[in-house]
Design a protein around this ligand. Structure first.
Ligand code: SF4
Length: 548
């Protein structure tokens, strides 16, 4: 294994058959429209607010994202309940333990995988960061005179921004996952780990195909798939370089496993003469018996399928007696900040198998979509790993982009306690003074006020008065109407403006919980005092009329 392995001798290009029906058309994606901003290229430090505001004002985006994520989330729950019932949690525990054990002994298992992969004829490289990973890949492409690359979906190559670099060196690169392909020709970027085009519909897809390939507009899904398939078949036949990611590395066989639903991963790794896989170092698991557990959890958590349609295990390049497969197989093991995470308590988050279940379950992701996170990894896991990969100060809004409801933790098949680590990151932000001074002062004052009964009551009184005043000013309560007539504030200023721009806030009841408790407690210990309280009318709260 070397970080800068000397390039192999350039083999003579293998003649590729031309096909009448599927001859490769040029890759004709026109340049992006003027003023186009790439969704995942942001200036740092990144502020989530602008994009989140835009997303929450876009009902179409929310419709697409909410519909798809809700359906996937429900399907996940249903299939796990059907298959594992009450043992579901034990399965999560098992999958989490497999990953955690491997991470705890990563040096051992990674070493074992490298030895076995190299014995199988795989050329293994190690890259400390994105730049090194891309440059290794470019060297391989250059040494083999590669001019056309077909690429399977891979989040790691998104992380390293490989594609523009390949294109810049003159190697035309085509995404072959249907969603990724549409995004590529539309100059867009993935907004979900598993369903990259979750923010678009078939109309947008048909328009993109018409604009890029010049085909007549037709938004029937079968036609869209056929147009893309015809275009891509020609590319597969001519490609000399195939790029993929890797869902798992199996240590004791030296294999790379990829899971796809469209079969494009097989084409990319089998048809071209050179195959390069980009894989994060955390993807290793000990053996095939562990793979069977992980595959079951991955497919059901991602899409609700018992298994992905194509689960492809690659154990080296084409052998002498074999018909298909690449002449050379390279694997680039990528660190890019992972060993730093491994050093800390947060290493648990490297268990992630990129199933996307936490995104589907997250109420924040459903509201703002993936691009609002301003990074390749979005949703709850993105809110965790992006600040760790790219610096907490650069992405200080992301740990806050969570309601800490725990839905992500319940959905995660490898039991990553995402809320716990989001709180940890928030603590780190305060400790490192990354949180702004006004926020730090506000929370200190708040924390101090909670410690004393008098300041606590004073705070409660101020809050209640504020909301009652708003209820009067906004007309929620008519003139002369008692505060006990509950209503909903639709638009409040100041610190609650953000909240009421998206949902209503209940007006305070006539009596607080403390009033109620005092009254009930007094009634039980001192009936006479209770009678006196009743006569004064204090502590009588009327039930709220709930509105939606
Ligand atoms: S954190 Fe868990 S649920 Fe989220 S993508 Fe990773 S494995 Fe899936």
């Amino acid at each position: 294994m070397t970080a800068t392995q000397s390039p192999p001798p350039t083999p003579a290009p293998t003649p590729q058959p031309e096909s009448a029906a599927g001859a490769a058309k040029p890759h004709v994606a026109p340049g992006p429209p003027p003023g186009h901003v790439h969704p995942l290229i942001v200036s740092l430090p990144y502020s989530i607010h602008e994009r989140a505001d835009k997303a929450t004002a876009d009902p179409q985006l929310q419709f697409f994202v909410t519909r798809a994520t809700y359906y996937k989330d429900q399907t996940r729950k249903k299939v796990f309940a059907e298959v594992y019932g009450e043992r579901y949690d034990q399965m999560r525990e098992l999958a989490g333990n497999i990953k955690q054990h491997t991470l705890d002994y990563l040096d051992h298992y990674l070493g074992e995988w490298i030895d076995n992969a190299e014995a199988n004829g795989v050329k293994v490289h190690y890259a400390r960061d994105s730049a090194e990973a891309n440059s290794i890949c470019l060297e391989i492409a250059k040494a083999n005179n590669c001019k056309l690359c077909v690429k399977a979906k891979s989040m790691v190559t998104e992380e390293t921004h490989l594609l523009p670099e390949l294109e810049a060196m003159g190697c035309e690169t085509v995404e072959t996952d249907l969603g990724e392909f549409i995004l590529q020709i539309d100059h867009d970027a993935p907004s979900h780990i598993v369903t990259p085009m979750i923010h678009k519909d078939r109309v947008a897809s048909a328009k993109a195909l018409t604009a890029a390939l010049g085909v007549p507009y037709n938004d029937e899904p079968e036609v869209i798939a056929r147009v893309a398939r015809d275009h891509l078949r020609g590319k597969y036949r001519k490609a000399d370089l195939g790029i993929s990611g890797g869902n798992f590395l199996v240590a004791n066989t030296g294999s790379v496993v990829i899971c796809t639903n469209e079969g494009n991963g097989r084409f990319c790794t089998s048809a071209p003469r050179i195959h390069v896989a980009f894989v994060g170092i955390e993807k290793v698991i000990p053996g095939p018996e562990h793979l069977s557990v992980m595959l079951k959890m991955l497919a059901r958590s991602s899409t609700g399928q018992p298994l992905t349609v194509y689960t492809h295990t690659m154990t080296g390049p084409k052998r002498a007696h074999e018909h298909d497969g690449p002449e050379e197989m390279h694997v680039i093991l990528i660190d890019n900040g992972r060993t730093e995470i491994l050093r800390k308590e947060t290493r648990e988050m490297l268990r992630c198998i990129r199933c996307g279940a936490c995104l589907n379950a997250c109420p924040v992701y459903r509201k703002i979509g993936g691009h609002a996170y301003g990074a390749v990894y979005s949703g709850p896991i993105g809110a965790l790993i992006t600040p760790l990969f790219k610096g907490l100060a650069n992405y200080k809004d992301l740990p806050q982009a969570s309601s800490l409801c725990g839905a992500c933790y319940e959905a995660c098949p490898v039991k990553i306690n995402i809320p716990k680590y989001l709180i940890q990151l928030r603590t780190d932000m305060v400790g490192g003074k990354i949180t702004g001074l006004p926020d730090r002062i506000f929370y200190r004052v708040w924390a101090a006020s909670l410690k004393h009964s008098l300041t606590y009551r004073l705070g409660g009184w101020a809050q209640t008065t504020f909301f009652r005043l708003q209820a009067k000013l906004s007309g929620t309560l008519a003139k002369g109407e008692k505060y006990s007539a509950r209503g909903w504030l639709k638009d409040a200023p100041g610190p609650v403006k953000g909240w009421t721009s998206q949902r209503d806030m209940p007006t305070p009841p006539a009596a607080s919980f403390r009033n109620w408790w005092d009254k009930e407690h007094v009634r039980s210990v001192n009936p006479k005092a209770a009678e006196a309280l009743k006569a004064s009318g204090a502590g009588e709260a009327k039930p709220a009329a709930r509105q939606h």
